[in-house]
Write a protein that binds this ligand. Sequence first.
Ligand code: C2E
Ligand code: CA
Ligand code: CA
Ligand code: CA
Length: 278
Amino acid sequence: AKAVNRGRFSFFSEEMNSMAQERLALEGALRDALRGGDFELHYQPQIHLRDHRLHGVEALARWPHPQLGNISPGRFIPIAEESGLIGELGKWALEEACFQLSDWRRRGIKVPSISVNLSATNFHDLELPQFVSDLLQRYSLSPTDLTLEITETVLMDTNPSTNQTIAAVHALGVPLAMDDFGTGYSSLGYLRKLPVGELKLDQSFVRDMVKDEAVSALTNAVIRIGESLKLIVVAEGVEDADQYELLIKQGCDVAQGYYFSRPLTADNLEIWIRDFMA
Ligand code: C2E
Ligand code: CA
Ligand code: CA
Ligand code: CA
């Protein structure tokens, strides 16, 4: 029996070892991909429910890996967070989004603004505001051409730089959006203290709002909060006509989800916009 146990033990430790090795390999590949320009941004349209104007697009990072295929953000974001590469990813996404928007503007393609996802780590960096301001200048963009999406982890962050960085970004006039709203802690308290202009109603609420009255009561409450604080409420993960209609009925401002479009490459977004305008 002892021999069997020992065998098991070494089996598990080898498995753990290979998991750790795989992670390490992925971390190395991530670093190379980031520095080698292998990452891409895809863009998902956000639509005003009242008049079907395009509100903007959310930029979502994609990692097409030559051997492993597309590695999902669900897999690479945690590795980027743990390895400290997430700061670099956020800055890369900011620059890529600015470059893309200036290219669209130059060619007369009407994208009102781009939302970029940033990590808490990005707000530890006191140079973030200057970085953003330099990008706006370099690409001839105005502050409202961007929106920075932050999650509650940014707000709960005790890092001493965070408040200062948020205030400086806000002072530049760049709007902030509270992502995944309703999923974490103390969202309401933070709303009072923070210069957010947009609330993103988490997709878990949108998913269940039609089939669960308690959830639709919650989405309604979030939309009322947004209304009274004069924030734009963006519903995420809208997949069908029933959700779309209920959101209109509740007075939600903007919606985003597969019902309108999946996240698209820059080229495909142009085609989508052409059809959308037609
Ligand atoms: P998120 O910011 O909440 O982004 C929304 C996610 O929902 C995206 O997943 C999007 O593709 C997906 N989605 C959009 N519409 C629908 C829908 O109708 N139904 C469903 N089921 N899903 C929908 P994605 O692209 O896999 O990204 C996952 C997360 O990874 C993002 O969640 C965000 O937290 C993170 N992420 C992505 N790109 C970046 C980035 O450039 N920087 C940072 N820091 N995080 C990023
Ligand atoms: Ca987001
Ligand atoms: Ca979200
Ligand atoms: Ca999310």
